[in-house]
Write a protein that binds this ligand. Sequence first.
Ligand code: GDP
Ligand code: GDP
Length: 471
Amino acid sequence: MTFTVAIIGRPNVGKSTLFNRLVGKRLALVDDTPGVTRDRRDAMASLGEFKFRIIDTAGLEEGKDDSLSARMRHQTEMAIEEADFSLFIIDARAGVTPLDKHFADILRRGKKPTVLVCNKAEGRAGDAGRYEAYTLGLGDPIPFSAEHGEGLADLSDAFDEALRELGMDPLAKPQEEVTIKSIIIKGEVSEEDALLSEEDDGLPMQMAIVGRPNVGKSTLINKLLGEERMLTGPEAGLTRDSIGVNYTYEGRELRIFDTAGLRRKSRVQQKLEKLSVADTIRALNFAEVVVLLIDATQPFEKQDLSIASLIVQEGRALVIGLNKYDLLENRQEVMKDIAHKLEHSLPQIKGIPIVPISALTGRGIEKLMPQIFSTYKLWNRRISTAKLNKWLAQTMAYHPAPSVKGRRTKMRYITQVKTRPPSFAIFTNRPSDVADSYVRYLLNEIRWDFDMPGIPIRIMLRKGDNPYKKD
Ligand code: GDP
Ligand code: GDP
């Protein structure tokens, strides 16, 4: 069993240093997009015998605007929610600051175990800060030095305790025969995910509009909001902060993230090319549905593709808006060309919806918005186990998994373990015999047979029969 840890703390306490220490050399693999710092990094890490996933929230502090605390809060809450427990870092030399207290409040509210780390404590310099740390009400602080690697044994003990509190046995041997084939998405689908995810969280749909510079993102957002103002008067329920706007489209609530608003001033000076990828990564932290705008008058570029594949990889619902359609003469041709390139370059996900629009005139928005809502709905889709198993039986009859060395691979049971995106577990006698190409085949079949074009889907293979059947 593996677990997830979030590193939480105000700027400069040593979060990145600790992250690097726990992740070690593998860090180089974490982010393969050069020049891009993610708001949140995650990676596999180890400490003693523990192997776990770690989420670093460093980098949030880079934006120096009013919304800093709001943003940090949001990110922190998300990281806490995603993790099994948190490592809360304070600077033992600086003592407990008001911002530390603020984080401690958030952590206490999260109701999960917190390991309190007093960093920069080498050479007893942090003794005073360490005693002060008791006032945070988060248990015994661990004196630590991320830079010098001191305190690792205590940290490991604290991990052990946190895991016990959670009732987890982290050192239980992973079942070797369980292979996770996660073709589309990095990472695994765990049972916990399944329990966490619910169809409708009751919150407005979160949408981001991304794309290369000058593709028309701001124009589209303004058009959407402008129309809303005209319909309902200037003081209509628009609340805007630097990250997003709450908005109602034909009675449906959504929250639009404005990637331009997420952009830091200093970044704007940087090479524009890098910008849109960085913006997309930021937006993905917030968005459930992503609208990728493509400029119909420009050739469809590698960068558009890498943004699209990033969105899909992260499991977000994707709709493509082909913008500036008003400027085109050869409309059919351009549409066909882009659809063709998409199918070829992202073969793992067929049928991504493409909607031609003009953000400038507003034409096509009446098609774009319903498409967004229907894609969102599919992304939230839950399919009954009965239907899935009927489907599996038919699919196996029609195109059984190839035998390996004369042994038959049987797929006996399928169930949906998660939505957002739809994720399925298939139980088979020999997970390790199943070729990736066959899993890809199943993915495409599910997508096709259950009518979910363009939706990222995950499949994982488990060893065994129907786990729920009572003998
Ligand atoms: P972050 O902003 O929380 O990610 O903090 P960083 O990891 O970037 O560290 C901030 C500064 O504290 C850097 O200059 C580090 O070298 C320094 N630092 C980190 N850990 C230690 C430590 O254990 N002892 C001392 N003395 N400095 C540290
Ligand atoms: P952003 O960088 O993606 O936010 O792009 P902007 O919204 O600033 O748009 C860049 C330029 O493209 C502006 O001059 C817009 O007026 C223009 N533009 C945006 N959408 C359209 C469109 O649908 N048709 C036309 N003809 N021009 C557009």
